[in-house]
Design a protein around this ligand. Structure first.
Ligand code: ZN
Length: 398
């Protein structure tokens, strides 16, 4: 039997893909939006509310939920990475699953309907499969020596071929140029799945892959991983391997704090930069040239990163921090970064991230003030924490 049609009405509907609709109505059948219109009757009236697409957190590490993040970052990036590695070594598989579950639940409470999770062994896909949220799960691959690289590649290949959940899209993440051989990047690029990599995150990374010097180089020497000829040679080498004009799959470059703006012309049409504003802030990075990247036509998506460098997994708080740091960016543009742009980089373009016919019925309803103009409504969404928030995922209230 076909699912019955029903509809939701709100003072403002913000489809993102198309202009806002006052007194908008969204018609739903099963898990899908079948129409968006202005005015007329609806089966459910949300009154003075705004309806936005379900929120998309394009980059997180669910398995680091609960990480005891210090108040200030350690002296060097290499120190921070060492702490993360030590945490992972201490963790049992059960503790890791618990952290993932906690991260999923926390994300859902913040209105997230689609996640991009970097999973060190792909374990989050089994947790997410039974939750009311969708995700692109990136099996992480890394290794500077051949043995480690082969081991991670075969684990990832086995994992990719075993995935079949309707709400999980399997993907691959070469970790970062300081930990991942060139041939692993090339392998990731040869697969027809979404890819994400951390890139140009710190000066230490740039010093290592450009000159072979700095604290990260020392750390890798101490671990007997250097010297190696297999590490990407500079940022442009990674771009050539993964993010060139010929890449066809969605590619997310995470952080890209020190990616030269001149790189914009060499990035393929499927490349998105993933910015994590509160992580950026915690590490005390230089201001991110967001407006310049937007002007260069490069899409930006938002992520929370993991709790090893971020207070929580609240993607709207990232949007809010971004708005405070970049008051020159219109709120509607910021909303795109945590909805439609996130969905695109995660490989869900046309299915998630917008309120439009044929998309999943994923949306967040936020109560608003009846006298507010649309500009005020959007500003309030980013400035003050929503008092009440309800999330519909695939046509059902969560
Ligand atoms: Zn990350």
């Amino acid at each position: 039997m076909d699912a019955p049609a029903w509809s939701l009405k709100a003072r403002w509907v913000l489809p993102v893909l198309t202009p806002p609709v006052e007194n908008g109505v969204i018609e739903i059948v099963g898990d899908t939006i079948v129409a968006v219109r202005q005015g007329g009757p609806a089966t459910h009236d949300l009154g003075d509310s705004i309806l936005i697409p379900g929120l998309v957190n394009a980059h997180t590490h669910l398995d680091l939920t609960g990480f005891p993040r210090p108040v200030t970052p350690p002296p060097t990036f290499a120190d921070w990475i060492t702490q993360v590695i030590q945490h992972r070594l201490r963790e049992t598989p059960e503790q890791r699953l618990m952290a993932i579950r906690k991260g999923v639940r926390q994300s859902m409470a913040h209105g997230v309907t689609l996640l991009g999770d970097i999973s060190s062994n792909g374990a989050s896909s089994q947790v997410i499969a039974s939750e009311s949220v969708a995700a692109t799960v990136y099996h992480e691959i890394l290794g500077l020596n051949l043995e480690r690289a082969n081991q991670t590649r075969s684990a990832a290949a086995n994992w990719l071929s075993s995935q079949s959940s309707a709400n999980v899209l399997p993907a691959i993440s070469p970790h970062a140029p300081y930990s991942t051989r060139r041939d692993l990047y090339a392998w990731a690029q040869s697969l027809s799945v979404p890819v994400q990599t951390h890139l140009a995150e710190s000066f230490e990374e740039i010093a290592l892959i450009t000159h072979g010097s700095g604290p990260l180089a020392k750390m890798l020497h101490d671990l007997k991983l250097l010297p190696t000829e297999n590490m990407p040679q500079g940022v442009n080498d990674v771009l050539r391997l993964l993010a060139s004009q010929s890449s066809t799959q969605p590619v997310g470059l995470v952080h890209a704090n020190y990616l030269p703006l001149e790189s914009a012309s060499s990035l393929g049409p499927n490349v998105t930069l993933i910015h994590c504003p509160r992580t950026h802030d915690w590490f005390g990075r230089e201001p991110f040239p967001l407006l310049e990247w937007i002007r260069a036509g490069i899409p930006i998506a938002l992520g929370t990163d993991g709790e090893a460098c971020n207070p929580d997994l609240d993607i709207l708080a990232e949007a809010s921090t971004l708005f405070q740091m970049h008051p020159d960016i219109p709120p509607a543009k910021i909303l795109e970064m945590c909805t439609i742009n996130g969905a695109a980089v995660l490989g869900w373009k046309g299915k998630a991230g917008a309120l439009a016919t044929g998309h999943y019925a994923d949306m967040v309803s936020v109560a608003t003030d009846s006298a507010s103009t649309l500009e005020k409504v959007l500003e309030n969404l980013l400035v003050s924490k929503p008092k009440s928030m309800k999330t519909l995922w695939r046509g059902k209230w969560r």
